[in-house]
Structures are given as C-alpha cells and as structure tokens.
Design a protein around this ligand. Structure first.
Ligand code: EPZ
Length: 421
C-alpha cells in the first residue's frame, strides 16, 4: 500500500498542463464498440480507469494498439462477446456504458452492476428507462444487468433526473437504432458534448448535445476510420485553480477550455481570488485572504459537484462562515471529517455543510474517501503547516494523471511512499 507525504505550507507557482477528461474517456472507449471498424483516440488521460476499460474491450475481442500512453488505435471489427463480470464492473461506475454500447452493437448485453465512488445511492433507473424506451427488456438480478432487444427503435425519452451517465448511455444506445430518438431534460456537461462529437466523427448523426434536448437520427453503421482527441478535463483544471488560490500561489493552467470553467472562475473571483482567462489557458493567483461564499452544486453549467470537496478546503481557511449545499449526491461530505482532523471547523449535516473559516490547517494522517476527496486532501496537505500523510491513494489514481508529479512541478513538497505493513 502507498501513501502521499506532503509538507506544507507551499505556495504553488508555475505552469500545469491539463490532461484529457476522465469522464469523457470512460464513455468514448466503450462507445467504440458501436464501430465496425478502426478508430484512433488521442489525448487520453493516463489513469487506471482508462487502462481498465481498454482491458475490458480486449476481453470482448477488440484489438488495441498503444501508440503512446495517451493515444490508442482500437479495432472493433471482431467483437465476440457481450458479457462482463461483476468482479470487473464493480471497480468503477462508468462500466454502465457497456450496456448502451453492447445493446447498440449486438442488441444484447450482460454486465455486472457498476461500482464507483461511495457517494450514497447511485441508481441507474434512468439508464434502464432509456433502454426500455428504445425497445429493450432489462433485467437486474443476482448482481447482473441483462439487456436484450429484437431491434432498437428511436423513441422520445424524458429524463426524470438530469443525469450525465443516463444521457450518455441513451445517446450511445440510440446511435444505431431505427429512426429518431429525442432525449429531453438531458445533462449538458462538456464530456457529453465530447462523446457526441466523437460519435459524429465516426459517422453518427447526433444534434443538440450540450443543450437539454438531444436528437439522434439512427444510422445503419459506424465505419470509424477517423481520429478523435479527448476534451481537456474541466475538473482537473478546476482542482489546480482552487489549489493555486488556497496555497497563496500564482499558476498558469494550460490546455484547458476556459468556457467550461465559467462557474469555477466566478466562484474563485467571488471569494477574492484572481483569474485571467484566455481561451485555452488561464492565469489564477492569490492576492489577499479569501472570504466566505455559499455554493450549491448543480448540473452543468452550475457549480460542479466534482469540485465541491476541493472548494471545501478553500472555504475552510477563508474568512467568515460559508455554506455548501450538495444537491447531486447524498453523501459527499465525508472529506470534512478528514479536514476537521487538520483543524478545520466544518459541520456537515445531510446535504449541507457549514464552514467556520480558520486561519490555518495543521498536518495530520488523513484518508481519501473518494476520487475528488483525495484531490481535496492533497490541496489541504499543501496549505497545512507540517507533514500530512494521505492514505487510500487508489481513489486518486483512478482519475488524476500523475497528480503528485504535476503538483511537484508547481513547487509542492509531495512524495509517494510505501506504507510499511
Ligand atoms: C457522473 O456520474 C460522473 N461520473 C460523476 O463524477 C459526477 O459526479 C456526476 O456525473 C455528476 O456530474 C462519470 O462520468 C463516470 P449522474 P453519474 O447520473 O453519471 C441521480 C467523478 O468524481 N440518478 O449525473 O453516476 C444520481 O443519484 C465522478 O469523476 C438517478 O436518480 O451521475 C444523482 O443524484 C464522481 N437515476 C444525479 O442523478 C439514474 O439513473 C446525478 O447523477 C442516474 C442518476
């Protein structure tokens, strides 16, 4: 087992280059199952969820060539299986995209129930409702989800809940359906647009991604034959922006899309940070002690839930009393228990947490409870006085490429060490 050892306080200075978006990559890779051909994907993040998905596709008969750790060519002409066991699918939430992709390709899929970060209940009723609307029968029993259809016919799907995963899964499942599908009350995240752009590059006909109404005109087949570059990761960019202000630093964030960062830029400026955005890069810096703010996490373009924990670190050392309302997930304040060990004064009850700003955090041994909480604890270690140890790194490695290397290049004193058993 490994731990991160971080010595604070260190102001972050310099440049960081953002990797491809995890939540786009883990949808685009299974979506290649819709292609009866070859395609190349660039700017993939070098993270364990991407490697896991490539192993899954190879287990189904895909041939994958790694040109670099960020670029692969996938040949899906000889897919010869449509089932993935629960031992594999339970490792991450995005395994649910196998349902839409295999249903779309071979009208039949059997996968183990998805896993993923423990954020409270993570139902998939909207995914199932979408597949049934397209003509599939879906059975969930004994830890497996089995979806079958004689044929898939375009349908109107109204999402009861704005759901990233269900929106993408419905889009994937309808690409090769007969006729037109309309997804209403769709989620609008940048990674949804990226999956639609990827599929259209490969021959699909999807319009309206990024709005709350997405129209998919079914096509006979996707021939592929093209190359696609994954969108920069909005959440990774936001993580470094918050770290820069919390550490009293001054950094340049490169290879990002500042349009995707509007809610984060607004919140950082509201608390007293500074941002100078220029298209594909931005400068973010600290000039004076930050002060209180209230945050309600919302679907895009609202403030992203995946930056809630990171923002919690900044608010815990900002002047005054701040409030965060986590409207997406039932249980996404577990990180506050760890921050309180470091001297924060946070009272989290249900979907709301109250932050009494303190002057400084103090190092302590802390445990990552999910991917973004792990990133938040790294920020806390950088801003705290003393030597912080962070355990449960598996969460962090799933979603951030070389995170300690990127922070080290910005001046953080951070090392990965083996934990003596
Ligand atoms: C995606 O999860 C992301 N994961 C999450 O990021 C992110 O927090 C979330 O979207 C919201 O932005 C991936 O893309 C792999 P949802 P997903 O469906 O698709 C409810 C990270 O850190 N819901 O948008 O699982 C659900 O309970 C991860 O990168 C239903 O009720 O999220 C939640 O309250 C953590 N029924 C809300 O909708 C459904 O069928 C939003 O969930 C589906 C969802």
């Amino acid at each position: 087992m490994e731990k991160l050892v971080i010595t604070g306080k260190t102001p972050l200075k310099g440049e960081v280059v953002i990797s491809g978006a995890k939540n786009a990559a883990v949808a685009i890779i299974p979506a290649t199952l819709l292609i009866n051909g070859i395609c190349t994907i660039e700017n993939l993040p070098n993270i364990s969820d991407v490697k896991l998905y490539c192993e899954i596709l190879e287990s189904l008969g895909a041939k994958i060539t790694w040109h670099t750790e960020h670029e692969i060519t996938i040949d899906t002409r000889d897919i010869n299986a449509n089932n993935v066991p629960i031992e594999t699918t339970r490792k991450f939430r995005a395994s649910y995209y196998l349902l839409g992709a295999l249903l779309g390709r071979c009208k039949s899929a059997q996968i183990g129930v998805p896993g993923g970060c423990n954020l409270g209940p993570r139902p998939i009723d909207q995914h199932i409702k979408s597949f049934e609307a397209l003509g599939a029968t879906v059975d969930v029993s004994n830890g497996n989800i089995t979806a079958k259809a004689k044929k898939l016919k375009g349908a109107s799907i109204y999402m009861d809940v704005v759901s990233v995963g269900a929106t993408i899964n419905a889009m994937i499942a309808s690409v090769l359906a007969e006729g037109t599908t309309v997804i209403d009350n769709a989620a609008k995240e940048p990674h949804i647009v990226d999956v639609a752009n990827f599929l259209n590059t490969m021959g699909a006909d999807i319009r309206g991604a990024g709005t709350d109404i997405i129209k998919i005109n079914g096509v006979k087949e996707l021939k592929g034959g093209a190359t696609y570059s994954v969108v920069p990761d909005q959440i990774e960019a936001g993580t470094f922006m918050i770290a820069a202000v919390a550490s009293k630093g001054d950094i340049i964030v490169k290879n990002c899309i500042t349009k995707h960062l509007e809610s984060i830029i607004a919140k950082i400026e509201e608390v007293g940070g500074n941002v100078d955005a220029n298209g594909d890069h931005l400068r973010v810096w600290y000039s004076k002690r930050t002060h209180k703010a209230n945050i309600k996490t919302l679907p895009y373009p609202g403030f992203p839930t995946d930056l809630q924990a990171q923002m919690g670190v900044l608010l815990s050392i900002s002047e005054g009393t701040s409030y965060i309302n986590e409207s997406i997930w039932e249980s996404r304040f577990q990180y506050t228990v760890e921050l309180n060990k470091m001297g924060a004064k946070i009272n989290a009850q249900g979907k709301t947490a109250v932050f009494e700003g303190v002057n400084e955090l103090v190092a302590a041994p802390v445990y990552a409870t999910d991917l973004r909480a792990g990133a938040a604890l790294i920020i806390a270690g950088i801003v705290a006085k003393g030597k912080t140890e962070i355990y449960n790194l598996n969460h962090i490695d799933r979603g951030y490429e070389n995170i300690e290397e990127k922070f080290r290049k910005l001046g953080a004193k951070i090392e990965r060490k083996i934990v003596e058993e």
